[in-house]
Design a binder for this molecule. Structure first.
Ligand SMILES: [Zn+2]
Length: 134
């Protein structure tokens, strides 16, 4: 299957990975809406929240909330947790994922226009891994 998130889950495409367990991974959004924009992605393929089994939905929001709390602890004054289901809702990649978007008071964009810079991505991954204690 030619799904970019499935490829990342199988290790066949690169991503800035922050966290991974048997069922989920957390990566940096390639076109971040803000500094620290994360995606929580189940490794199994479901098109959107509407198609995913409820236990997958529950775990994805649990992981998302853990990272929202982590960004709050790291000083983010605001954070959004959201998911888009369907093109009409703004979904772009049709493999279910939950956005965690820390807000720093400078914008309320939902999508960034520029690809994340390598040095910024490295810094975020290091910061979050350190904060997670691994
Ligand atoms: Zn997929």
């Amino acid at each position: 299957m030619d799904c970019i998130f499935c490829k990342i889950a199988r290790g066949e495409a690169p991503a800035w990975k922050v966290y991974e367990d048997e069922d989920f991974m957390v990566i940096l959004d390639k076109y971040p809406a803000s500094y620290g924009h994360l995606l929580v992605i189940p490794k199994a393929h479901y098109a959107s929240v509407v198609d995913a089994p409820m236990e997958v939905v529950e775990k994805s929001f649990r992981v998302a909330a853990e990272f929202a709390k982590l960004w709050a602890r790291l000083g983010a004054p605001g954070v959004n947790i959201m998911t888009n289901a369907g093109r009409e809702a703004g979904q772009i990649i049709f493999h279910y994922h939950v956005h965690v978007i820390p807000r720093w008071g400078n914008n309320l964009l939902w999508h960034g226009r520029e690809e994340i810079r390598e040095e910024v991505a490295k810094e975020i991954v290091e910061r979050l891994k350190k904060a997670l204690g691994r």
